[in-house]
Design a protein around this ligand. Structure first.
Ligand code: BES
Ligand code: ZN
Length: 645
């Protein structure tokens, strides 16, 4: 099959002209809930006599457009439901390839901005100040600024942002300094302070990010001799807990990754713990990974999310997929490397265990796309204007990671494979690539560094099946180290066997889980889902005895609800669906929603299977607290809109 070179989700003419640098000058207004100001794009033409620049926009209120300092009249095309409105800017002067053009646009965001969520005070930890944060991946940067919103183009940027609350961006802070007094010593929530940033490393614009709120910084201590700094940002109420959760692992993993791959290039690696409506577990925004607060379990069991995000610094932020079809290059590679690091810092068994956990998620995703098998593929041929968010699932992560693991094994194991990984990153860092470019380098490397024997091994791999195969199975049956999974499997088998046992004869004890780490609890519950649904009495006993129905660890709580709601007609499901809906919507006494889509989407879907009205009424009540992306996708999950997901 031919390589996929077009970005089907962008209307920009990115082959005719590229953006090298963008300067943002913004003011953040919590009263009107708008960001206003300007974006100035330094662009270079890629062909002679270019007559217009086309940028992506979404619901922006444009005020003025200038080309090289002269105001021009522009044309904003009607809005496409996925891609937004193409902004056509005429170029009067005829110019040669390689000409520099500066486009400056004054504008403000609008209420329809899909990149931003504005939170009321009550939706934050401190409840004293509002909060604002962005999420630009995959195609929402265009709702924050007029841009060539395609990962095939990488930009440097600088920003000047005025606000009454501290501002963070996916960049290095120029002023005021992170370790100075909060808000430059001015009155937080009242005085306007101007924050300035620079991002000197070119990044795809889906990594553009901003967060504004009452946040504080704590630096991590780092290994000797490092050029970079690393630390954590959170609201003051959470800064201690956040520091504790991640301070042990972040710099340790970063240093190990540098050893395995190459130097960390972004100068700063900070974490930001967001309010609960943040829709992902983590997002690898340059210099500043965004994290869900559900990772703060107090036992450091969910740091693998940080390991994943910091791995993107090389795979995704360094070597970037050129367009949505090749998204697996970001997530598959990151997942593969994240597990190499886990295996190296913990144990090889830990590495295998992650694949076991991932296999369940992948199988569920593959199953869920049975009626839309195109999305079961690793490399997806999107139609023009198709929403990449509709294809978002664990398939690019897991099929991708398994594919690379299979290559590692085929080529002679981890030790032999790692030098290739280094070469891959060194070859493409700073660039955006397609699957075909990746494959060409793979063969080139092994040709040079292994010869006929390695090429023969590579030729035994069915690349077509891995790239374009559909169905619920991988092209190769993969074996993993299941040492850590086995005890979980055994306990699940005992529960399965107990389905017909008299209630008085059950011999499960609270201590059954004493030796289990939280991932083993997850695997135990997932294994249970592979059996026919347990009878209601047993489900309720399971939830009480092991305190799963009240677990503060969202990963465990999610799996428990999946077990409990498996038989939608059972009395246990009817009872627990009410709890599950309340848990997601924060109506459980905590007032805290589960905004991470990994939790809220499957739980609400499962609740809807038990009682559709219950799911919809709870959702409608809480919906405004959720992120715009979560709102869009859950509306669609519950059949409240026409688009399917
Ligand atoms: N880059 C992704 C999140 C993302 C992908 C946002 C596509 C929007 C569109 C991030 O690195 C990620 O994979 N997050 C995972 C964490 C995980 C696999 C450890 C998540 O949020 O669940
Ligand atoms: Zn990722």
């Amino acid at each position: 099959m031919a390589d996929i070179l077009v970005d089907t989700a962008s209307q920009a003419n990115y082959n005719d002209i590229i953006t090298e640098h963008v300067a943002f000058d913004w003011s953040v207004d919590f009263n009107t809930k708008l960001v206003s100001g300007s974006a100035t794009l330094d662009m270079i033409t890629k062909k002679d006599d270019l007559r217009e620049v086309i940028l992506d926009t979404w619901d922006l209120n444009l005020k003025k457009v200038s080309v090289n300092g002269t105001e021009v009249s522009y044309h904003l095309k009607p809005k496409h439901a996925v891609m937004g409105s193409a902004l056509h800017i005429p170029l009067a002067k005829v110019s040669k390839t390689g000409s520099a053009i500066t486009i400056s646009i004054e504008y403000e965001t609008t209420e329809g901005c899909t990149a931003l969520q504005w939170l009321e005070k009550g939706q934050t930890q401190g409840k004293t100040f509002p909060y604002l944060f962005s999420q630009c991946q995959p195609i929402y940067a265009r709702a924050l600024a007029p841009l060539q919103d395609t990962p095939s183009n990488k930009i440097k940027y600088s920003a000047k942002v005025s606000s009454t609350l501290p501002v963070l961006m996916s960049a290095r802070i120029v002023s005021p300094p992170s370790d100075g007094p909060p808000h430059d010593g001015k009155v937080i929530g009242k005085d306007v302070v101007t924050y300035t940033f620079t991002q000197p490393v070119p990044i795809p614009c889906y990594l553009l990010a901003i967060a504004v709120g009452n946040v504080r910084y704590r630096p991590f201590s780092k290994p000797e001799g490092k050029q970079w700094t690393s630390g954590i940002w959170a609201e003051p109420e959470l800064i201690e807990a956040s520091y504790w959760e991640f301070s042990e692992d972040t710099t340790r993993f970063l240093a190990l990754e540098e050893k395995i791959v190459t130097d960390y290039k972004f100068g700063v690696y900070d974490l930001l713990v967001l309010p609960p409506s943040f829709p992902y577990g983590g997002m690898e925004n340059a210099c500043l990974t965004f994290l869900t607060p559900t990772l703060l379990t107090g036992d450091r069991t969910l740091v693998d999310v940080v390991v994943h995000e910091l791995t993107h610094s090389w795979f995704g932020n360094g070597v970037t997929h050129a367009n949505p079809s090749h998204f697996w290059l970001n997530e598959g590679w990151t997942t593969y490397i994240e597990r190499v690091l886990q295996g190296s810092l913990h144990s090889p068994a830990e590495r295998g265990f992650s694949y076991v956990i991932g296999a369940k998620a992948m199988y569920d995703s593959l199953k869920s796309y049975e009626s839309n098998p195109k999305y079961q593929r690793l490399v997806i041929e999107f139609e023009e204007g198709e929403d990449p968010d509709e294809a978002y699932s664990s398939i690019p992560y897991e099929k991708g990671a398994n594919f690379i693991l299979h290559l590692e094994r085929t080529l002679g194991g981890l030790e032999v494979f790692l030098p290739y990984v280094k070469d891959y990153v060194e070859t493409f860092i700073g660039k955006s690539i397609t699957t075909a470019q990746w494959k060409e380098h793979l063969f080139g490397y092994w040709e040079k560094n292994g010869g006929p024997e390695k090429i023969k091994a590579l030729n035994s791999v069915d690349f077509e099946a891995w790239f374009y195969g559909e169905g619920v199975e991988l092209p190769v049956k993969m074996e993993y180290d299941i040492t850590l999974a086995e005890t979980a499997y055994n306990l699940a088998a005992r529960w399965d066997a107990a389905r017909n046992t008299d209630a008085t004869k059950l011999d499960f004890k609270k201590s059954d889980l004493d030796e289990f780490n939280s991932n083993q609890k997850v695997v135990f519950l997932e294994r249970l889902q592979s059996y026919p649904a347990l009878p209601s009495a047993l489900v309720l006993h399971l939830g009480d005895l092991y305190q799963l129905a009240t677990s503060p660890n969202a990963e465990i709580r999610l799996r428990f609800y999946e077990v409990a709601l498996a038989d939608a007609k059972s009395s246990a499901a009817i009872t627990l669906a009410v709890d599950a809906a309340k848990w997601v919507t924060g109506d459980d006494g905590t007032g805290v929603i589960k905004g991470r889509m990994k939790f809220c989407r499957p739980v609400l879907k499962a609740v809807a299977k038990v009682d559709k009205d219950l799911a919809i009424s709870n959702w409608e009540k809480a919906k405004t607290k959720f992120h715009p992306i979560a709102r869009k996708l859950i509306d669609s999950d519950l059949g409240l809109t026409s688009t399917k997901a």
